[in-house]
Ligand binder design. Sequence first.
Ligand code: AMP
Length: 185
Amino acid sequence: MRLVLVGPPGAGKGTQAAFIADKLGIPHISTGDIFRANVNQQTPLGLEAKQYMDAGQLVPDEVTNAMVADRLAQSDVAGGFLLDGYPRNLGQAGVLADSLDVAETPLDAVVEILVDTEHVVGRLLSRGQGRSDDTEEVIRHRLGIYASETAPLVSYYRERGLLRSVDGVGSVDDVSARVLAVLTA
Ligand code: AMP
């Protein structure tokens, strides 16, 4: 299956993505994780991305799209993939759709994890992973970017008949079960 997971920061996307990818036997591709690995290794990509990440802004599309295109060209995605954190705006969604169309491998579904914003701020502040972009100010900024840039993807994918929305409030197991249910329905 070729899947995209969408939801605000702190919706539990990463946890769900890892679970579902494992369950379906497909690679979990998190653009945030790839960026963080590059920041840690101080690669040129990491040095460029860090300034945006620390400010809670999106890394420019040219950089992000090229990174994802590289990842999707690797052989382990031939049987499907789960994208977590990408696309993040309509421009990225268009680039992804074009490249998947060319390869005749369109998306099967887009799972939206629904949680309200106040819930999310509390979750992120208590996450305690020491991420440099988990301060309250940056979290609020990331949520603002989500609302303005990423939320329009929901209508975009709904219009294309791909959207499956899932209530993201509850235990990890409950939410996972809901996600698997919408994917197998
Ligand atoms: P995440 O782990 O998905 O919350 O991503 C952490 C940060 O990485 C984001 O706040 C952005 O700065 C950057 N990032 C991750 N994915 C993307 C993307 N698709 N487009 C632009 N920036 C991204």
